[in-house]
Design a protein around this ligand. Structure first.
Ligand code: NAD
Ligand code: 3PG
Length: 409
């Protein structure tokens, strides 16, 4: 597919799931005024129809960009995940179609860490059950099963941007921090990395999960892992719903093997705020249930809106792919007075030499060239004099392995 970039007001953005207005403000301020903004996610069928004439899409964690949806996305140039997780996008299909995917890896991490700390305090005081009892007219004034978090052991599974931040905050409240991660990480403060998850489960009073959704994390906390947890400890999950076997957790809460749990994410979540939330955990007093709001604070959402919109603008204006999660990362200077050709191709030998042969044979001078590859895709950016870009575009789309070729001016 070979195209020349459109007028900015013809480039269509579709923003779903109530993305913060800060994104629209930033897009408009940069000349992108063709922005449709919906407050909900869309079903696969609705999305297939709607995405057909969209150039950029913005989503959060509920929208599933499946291979079928991406198949219908013939004009789609890039996806902005206005959140951290990107498991809702088929990244490999997107890469094969030359669609760049961005996310916001930092903006809501503090919000999640704060929520988890608050939950740890509430759970060790058995507040969820006392609160439920009071709502029913009960009164449980008792110190039984109520503990300070000071000097308690917190076990963090997944020591990335959220886990490591939580580590520092927990230590400042006087807790001992242990963590388990598949990668060897620099322990912050006095934290200790443990070599296996089972040792952490048997040692810690609070276990909290901060891993991405991947095949290796699917149901990583099941009946055996819950059995290995310290009796009377608590479990917090604000990562992804597929990480914990919910039936096993419900059983451990009912039997009081665990003192409590706080769960923000579920294997199946309602698609909108009007759909019923169904879960085996409903009605169990010692569990705090929250509707996937770990990152839902005013501060985080406003920052995410700006951060991801800025990445989409930079890619559209300039071809910059820095921090993309599925594409070669190329940071590019601006190209005043020049046309910029973006050539996305299969990562096979010989493409660059064929491109350069075309420039040589057609006497087209290259004033700047950048190349990088990732997995199955290669990305070459070439700056040329304005009057030579059309002939170059015409020739480059026939290079063996070409996925997409566009010119920015
Ligand atoms: N509840 C919410 O609203 C909310 C908000 C933000 C993020 N999240 C979820 O939290 C996850 C973590 O966020 P982050 O910013 O800390 O991500 P991150 O990528 O910075 O850290 C993830 C860590 O998990 C580790 N890891 C991966 N697989 C593992 C495994 N099998 N066992 C142990 N460790 C493993 C990685 O090595 C990494 O250190 C996100 O992927 C997202 O799904 C949820
Ligand atoms: O991945 C994330 O950042 C969180 O799960 C938050 O997702 P949300 O934007 O749908 O709340």
């Amino acid at each position: 597919m070979a195209t020349t970039s459109l007028e900015k007001n013809k480039i269509k953005f579709l923003l779903l799931e109530g993305i913060h207005p800060s994104a629209i403000e930033l897009l408009n301020a940069n000349g992108y005024t063709n922005v449709e903004h919906l407050s909900t996610a869309l079903s696969e069928e609705e999305l297939k129809e709607k995405i057909a004439d969209v150039h950029f899409i913005g989503i959060r964690s509920r929208t599933q960009l499946t291979p079928k949806v991406l198949e219908a996305a013939n004009k789609l140039i890039a996806v902005g995940c206005f959140c951290i997780g990107t498991n809702q996008v088929d990244l490999s299909s997107a890469q094969e179609k030359g669609i760049v995917v961005f996310n916001a890896p930092f903006s809501n991490t503090r919000s999640v860490a704060e929520l988890v700390l608050a939950e740890a305090i509430l759970l060790l005081r058995t507040i969820p059950a006392k609160n439920m009892k009071a709502h029913r007219g009960g009164w449980e004034k008792s110190a039984a099963n109520a503990y300070e978090i000071r000097n308690k052991k917190i076990g963090i599974i997944g020591y990335g941007n959220i886990g490591s931040q939580l580590s520092v905050m927990s230590e400042s409240l006087g807790m001992e921090v242990y963590f388990y991660d598949v990668v060897t990480k620099l322990p912050l403060g006095n934290a200790t990395q443990l070599a296996d998850m089972k040792s952490l489960l048997g040692l810690c009073d609070i276990v909290t999960l901060h891993v991405p959704e991947t095949p290796s994390t699917k149901y990583m906390i099941g009946p055996d892992e819950i059995a290995a947890m310290k009796p009377g400890s608590v479990l917090i999950n604000a990562s992804r719903g597929t990480v914990v076997n919910i039936d096993a957790l419900a059983e451990a809460l009912r039997s009081q093997k665990l003192l409590g749990a706080a769960i923000d994410v579920f294997p199946v979540e309602p698609k909108s705020n009007t759909e019923e939330f169904i879960s085996p955990l409903r009605g169990i007093d010692n569990v705090l249930l929250t509707p996937h709001i770990g990152g839902s604070t005013v501060e985080a959402q406003e920052n995410i809106g700006k951060e991801v919109a800025e990445k989409l603008v930079k890619y559209s204006d300039n071809g910059t792919t820095i921090t993309s999660v599925n594409f070669p990362e190329v940071g590019l200077p601006s190209h005043p007075g020049q046309h910029r050709i973006l050539h996305i191709h299969k990562n096979i030998p010989g493409v660059l030499s064929e491109i350069n042969r075309i420039f040589f044979e057609n006497n087209i001078n290259i004033s700047g060239q950048f190349l990088d590859t990732k997995d199955k895709v290669g990305y070459v950016v070439i700056d040329v004099e304005a009057e030579q870009s059309q002939i170059a575009l015409e020739k480059l789309q026939h290079v063996n392995g070409t996925i997409r070729c566009r010119v920015l001016y």
